[in-house]
Design a binder for this molecule. Structure first.
Ligand SMILES: C[S@@+](CC[C@H](N)C(=O)[O-])C[C@H]1O[C@@H](n2cnc3c(N)ncnc32)[C@H](O)[C@@H]1O
Length: 512
């Protein structure tokens, strides 16, 4: 395992679902007095080069972060970033999970993403034991794993790729051979009348666009063992932990699976059996399990009133004209190409406010007040003070991941500057292919975007950035995207589009 990660380092990105504010909020909704996520200790087990942990330490300076990573070269790459950024609230230890113990101290949040299914049984058990030994009494651990039965569907392609590469031991050559098979399969396309080939084709297309380190470690690694939720829950219980909920909250609700499944599942009282059956219906392939201590009392009924204590943020885009004087359903665009339908005038106004303020968060009281004013001004006085109606739709946005919550409102957008500038974290990571946002997402960059990001030093305005990139393209110092000739107007339009994206996510400030 260590060798393969040294040979092909994993490209680790920020994962919003592992952020301590997200874990704290979910814990609180289930009755736990979770620790302050803005001034806590976070441990990440198997942190690679710190792609998730370093942005956390950068954006939350009061949080103390410790990463454990077995691959020495990845741990060293992370340490170089920490030193270059001058961070004092994070360290990465080149240690095996099997050798880690109480000397690390107590942690409020423990994150172990993309490790459990890919390590031998002894490491899995130690990892869960560490969660129990090191987790604060009301703390939360995040442990993700490949899940049965759904992963079996993806496993078909893994079996093909493993067979294709079985005579090859050099990691880079294994990757090349796997890619060649994927390209052949993609060129062949689905076979008419054979639905299974459609499924594999979708997977092939996804893998051809994915980072090679993902292809290698997910599909060509020696160990990749998916497991049933009920088996995972049993292991967690044996370690003195209990499953709280999945980090993707909506997946815990049978109501999202249609009326017949919901009716079947309504009769299942046992929590573990219920979660397992949900996975059957979803044919689920991945879980992001949140665990807490076994002796903590969990309240399974979420109280809507608890949502009033939180602040919200969301990358939402309102429809061109909002109807705030009636309950006509209207569709908001959500991040990643999704959509959400809202009816209640107060919820529609609140969603518009969140979209305007993103990436900053807005406390519920302020959100309700500003939205109420807009609804009243539009002639919807009958709805303007209906907080319960607002909470119901806000909760469904939150559960579905269209908006996120945190314990207090924060302004995270950088200040305005005359010319765009990345902060040192953004500049460091951009050179390696992505920019972490203040909301803990990773904006993936192509060659053009990396070249642009490298010029965002606060000295060049949009016109100068465009002419610099045109010159780089003309000199052959920058490759044109395959199949796309970029004339002067296209280069400028691309620069403007990317800067708008960076501003939207708060990785550069507004112009001015
Ligand atoms: C698939 S990567 C996931 C990296 C990161 N957590 C993420 O989600 O981006 C798995 C990481 O776990 C590390 N790892 C595997 N076995 C380990 C062990 N026994 N102790 C510490 N780290 C380990 C690997 O070296 C690798 O960096």
């Amino acid at each position: 395992m260590a060798d393969s990660y040294d040979a092909i380092p994993y490209r680790s990105l920020p994962h919003p679902d592992t952020h301590p504010t997200h874990l704290a909020v979910l814990g609180r909704l289930f009755g736990l007095a979770t620790p302050d996520p803005y001034a806590c200790r976070v441990l990440e087990l198997g942190c690679a080069a710190g792609g998730n942990l370093i942005p956390l330490a950068w954006h939350l300076p009061e949080v103390e972060c410790v990463g454990i990573e077995r691959s020495v070269s990845q741990a060293e790459e992370g340490r170089r970033a920490i030193a270059a950024l001058g961070l004092r609230n994070i360290r990465i230890d080149a240690t095996d999970i099997l050798d880690a113990g109480p000397e690390l101290g107590r942690f409020d949040y423990i994150v172990c993403h993309g490790v459990f299914s890919w390590v031998p049984d002894a490491v899995r058990r130690r990892l869960l034991a560490l969660c129990r030994e090191l987790l604060a009494p009301a703390g939360i651990a995040f442990v993700s794993f490949n899940t049965l039965p759904g992963w079996r569907m993806r496993g078909a392609l893994r079996e093909m790729l493993l067979l294709e590469c079985r005579d090859e031991v050099v990691p880079a050559a294994r990757l090349a051979r796997a890619r060649a098979l994927l390209e052949t399969l993609a060129a062949a396309g689905p076979v008419p009348g054979m639905p299974a080939t459609e499924h594999v084709q979708a997977e092939v297309r996804y893998l051809l666009g994915a980072h090679p380190s993902y292809l290698y470690h997910e599909y060509l690694a020696d160990t990749n063992e998916p497991l049933f939720f009920s088996d995972f829950a049993e292991l967690a219980e044996a370690a003195g932990l209990q499953h709280l909920v999945d980090a993707e909250l909506a997946t815990a609700f049978p109501s999202t699976l249609g009326p017949t499944a919901a009716q079947w599942l309504a009769g299942v009282d046992d929590q573990r059996a219920l979660e397992q059956r949900i996975d059957f219906v979803r044919v689920r392939s991945f879980r992001k399990a949140l665990l807490c201590h076994a002796d903590v009392e969990v309240r399974r009924e979420i109280a809507l009133g608890d949502l009033e204590a939180l602040a919200y943020f969301g990358d939402l885009r309102a429809p061109p004209s909002l109807v705030l004087e009636g309950t006509e359903p209207q569709t908001f665009a959500t991040a990643g190409g999704g959509s959400a339908e809202l009816r209640h005038p107060l919820a529609k106004a609140a969603a518009a406010v969140l979209g305007e303020r993103f990436p900053d968060s807005v406390a519920f009281a302020e959100l309700a007040a500003v939205a109420g004013e807009r609804v009243r001004a539009a002639g919807g006085a009958a709805w303007a003070d209906d907080r319960t109606g607002l909470l119901v739709e806000l909760f469904s946005l939150f559960a579905g991941g269209a908006i996120r919550a945190e314990p207090r409102a924060r302004r995270v957008r950088p200040p305005a500057r005359p010319a765009p500038a990345l902060d040192p974290l953004g500049a460091w990571q951009a050179a390696r292919g992505h920019i972490p946002t203040p909301r803990h997402q990773g904006l993936e960059l192509d060659g053009f975007a990396i070249a642009l990001a490298g010029r965002l030093t606060g000295e060049l305005d949009e016109a100068a950035l465009g002419s610099g990139l045109r010159a780089a393209l003309a000199q052959g110092a920058l490759a044109t995207p395959p199949g796309r000739a970029l004339d002067a107007a296209a280069v400028q339009a691309n620069v403007e589009r990317l800067l708008a994206l960076f501003r939207r996510h708060g990785v550069i400030g507004p112009s001015g």
